[in-house]
Design a binder for this molecule. Structure first.
Ligand code: NAD
Length: 308
């Protein structure tokens, strides 16, 4: 008999992920606060339900893909005045079910929800993702999981239906730590790549020629290889499509803020991550329009000199 999943949060990422669970043979009860997202989930074969409580009734798994840690905590642990989430969802999830929170949140949020689940004899993993909306739709996400080895094994059938790579980073919260580290590094090599390309262009080089040289030299990195920030150097990347996301500056800022928060807790020095966060923040607020909704590779525009 097919297993049942409650999917909470069917936005840009969750919509594609839930659709892939349906394709893989799971029965999916879908809940979101936005009617349009519920409708799209129904069209993808999910069963839309009126509240999170109804979604989790009798399920084998609960998957959440929510905007931030405050919302994740309010859904699972309860908080008055937040939509459906005035009662802890943990009170309604079957004890035998495995909970997978795939949202990007602070490790402390995951640990708090994990500890409450544990107190009730329930199973929880944090499983944030790398890869954007396209990877969510294509089922090629990378999952970074925090949880016990047995819960990791139990999570694999669900995660493999939504992703191409599944890693266990450690205990609950460790998935979020891995995600924060990865995205801080991404921010650093994207800003570095934009800076180097601008220096080359300002000194008369063609950015395509410079990119080809660095791709075969020691400056090669993922941003240069897969996501060149200078318009026209690569096809099918946000820079060649007016910096339409992709991965928004606002989401990168959220992840860099989580990195800063983690570094305060562990007393780690992150001068490069801090610089990257400041650069993206300055970029977001530069000029008349809010750049927060642009793809994060638009940091190139921050370096570009205004036309004479
Ligand atoms: P989104 O805003 O498109 O989707 C979030 C959904 O959650 C919305 O549909 C919203 O209505 C719903 N929601 C909010 N509160 C709710 C509640 N109490 N109950 C039920 N539904 C509720 O966001 P997204 O881009 O899908 O991102 C989701 C998560 O994935 C975030 O944590 C984000 O950081 C992470 N992430 C996003 C990307 C990306 O490229 N978009 C990439 C990697 C990770």
């Amino acid at each position: 008999m097919s297993k049942t999943v409650a999917f909470i949060g069917l936005g840009n990422m969750g919509g594609g992920m839930a659709a892939n669970l349906v394709k893989a043979g799971f029965k999916v009860n879908a809940f979101d606060l936005m009617a349009a997202n519920l409708k799209a989930a129904a069209e993808a074969g999910c069963t839309p339900v009126e509240c999170a409580k109804a979604a989790v009734k009798g399920v084998d798994y609960v998957v959440s893909m929510l905007p931030n840690g405050a919302i994740v905590e309010s859904v699972y642990l309860g908080a008055s005045g937040n939509g459906d989430a005035s009662e802890p969802l943990l009170d309604y999830i079957p004890k035998s079910a495995l909970i997978l929170d795939c949202s990007t949140v602070a490790p402390a949020n995951s640990r708090r929800v994990g500890a409450e689940a544990d107190k009730r004899g329930m199973q929880f993993v944090d499983a944030p993702v790398s890869g954007g909306v396209a990877a969510a739709a294509a089922g090629t996400l990378a999952f970074m999981v925090g949880g016990s080895e047995s819960n990791f094994d139990a999570a694999k059938p669900v995660l493999n239906a939504m992703g191409a790579n599944v890693f266990r980073a450690g205990d609950v919260g460790a998935g979020q730590v891995a995600k924060i580290c990865n995205n801080m590094l991404l921010a650093i090599h994207m800003t570095g790549t934009a800076e180097a390309l601008q220096l080359g262009m300002d000194n008369g080089l063609d950015p395509k020629v410079l990119s080809d040289i660095m791709l075969k030299s020691s400056g090669c990195n993922w941003s240069l290889e897969k996501y060149n920030p200078v318009p026209g150097v690569m096809d099918n990347v946000p820079s060649s499509n007016d910096y339409q996301p992709g991965f928004m500056v606002d989401l990168m800022l959220k992840d860099l803020s989580l990195a800063m928060e983690a570094s305060v807790g562990s007393q780690s020095s992150i001068p490069m991550g801090t610089a990257a966060r400041n650069l993206f923040n300055l970029h977001k607020n530069s000029g008349e329009e809010d750049k927060g909704l642009k793809d994060f590779s638009s940091i190139q525009q921050f370096y570009a000199k205004p036309a004479p």
